[in-house]
Design a binder for this molecule. Structure first.
Ligand code: SAM
Length: 283
């Protein structure tokens, strides 16, 4: 079993992670809508990170009366999530539990009716064994009728093809430029991608320039990621016992198209005959 790469330096800098994602609201709104649509009773958010998506979902949990558990392997990301959670209304705080764990092995004794892995976090699963372990754990955590939802970025074949030139090259793209409106802190990110077609592995070097007052910090965060193709996702669901209930091509519930930028897939654990498909609603 391989570990989440220690090279993911950005996860040791959760403030920078939040800043680089500050404009990523589409997925947050989408998952809030999804929870209102599915009306779950107990939600598991694996690889919840700094709580970027989890905390807004906890607000929906407080509104609708369900509980949510966030799990992440990186202590510093979780610490940031806890810090942000402490600023929330107590009703919201009570709905959320944050805990450290590896999504490949973490086990809960209590079942869920919705498991989420957001923001392409399944790309961290570099081996087939790891992917099967996570899909199987998700299945086992779910009650019959429960759902497992994942999202990934659609493979960008243009970028991958570029990296396969002879001699190989990785073009440097200016990727993100974010400014914290309160502190004026600015984070500029560049990335260079190489692709291994046999392993379906993208090796991405993220270069960061962080400007904080007079301070300028430059650092590199290596990122090894598995590249999923849509039918492979479908196969992972089917192979581990799920029915594929829905696939969308973006965070607006639109069907997948040849130009779609995302893949969001929903697997459903089949409901056994006569079995209740919902947890008792938490009071
Ligand atoms: C791209 S971030 C996404 C965080 C969060 N889901 C969001 O949407 O902002 C990926 C997260 O996956 C976590 N991660 C990577 N490998 C993991 C594993 N094996 N188990 C649990 N978390 C993992 C990292 O620590 C990081 O917080």
């Amino acid at each position: 079993m391989s570990h989440s790469s220690p090279n993911d330096v950005i996860y040791q800098r959760p403030d920078d992670f939040d800043l680089e994602h500050e404009r990523d609201e589409r997925d947050v709104v989408f998952y809030q809508q999804l929870l209102r649509r599915f009306r779950p009773s107990r939600v598991l958010d694996l690889a919840c990170g700094s709580g970027r998506v989890t905390l807004p979902l906890a607000r929906v949990a407080a509104e609708q009366g369900f509980n949510i558990v966030g799990v992440d392997v990186e202590a510093q990301m979780l610490a940031r999530a806890r810090q942000k959670c402490a600023d929330l209304d107590e009703r919201v705080q009570h709905r959320l539990t944050l805990t450290q764990g590896d999504m490949r092995t973490w086990r809960s004794t209590e079942p869920f009716d919705l498991v989420l892995i957001t923001c392409s976090s399944i790309a961290h699963l570099l081996t087939l064994d790891d992917r099967l372990a996570v899909w199987t754990q998700a299945f086992n955590h779910l009650l019959p009728g429960g759902r497992f939802v994942v999202d990934v970025t659609m493979p960008n074949l243009r970028v991958f093809a570029e990296s396969l030139q002879t001699p190989p090259r990785a073009l440097l793209e200016l990727d993100t430029d974010s400014i914290d409106a309160q502190t004026g802190r600015r984070l500029v990110r560049y990335k260079a991608t190489s692709f291994d077609p046999f392993e379906q592995r993208a090796t991405i070097k993220f270069f960061y320039d962080r400007f904080d007052g007079d301070e300028h910090n430059h650092y590199l965060s290596d990122f090894e990621s598995h590249v999923y193709f849509p039918d492979e996702l479908r196969l992972l669901f089917v192979h581990t016992g799920f029915d594929v209930e829905a696939a969308w091509g973006d965070y607006s519930f639109r069907p997948p198209r040849s130009w779609s930028r995302e893949i969001v897939m929903v697997g459903r654990r089949p409901a056994s005959r006569g079995e209740d498909t919902q947890l008792e609603r938490a009071s």
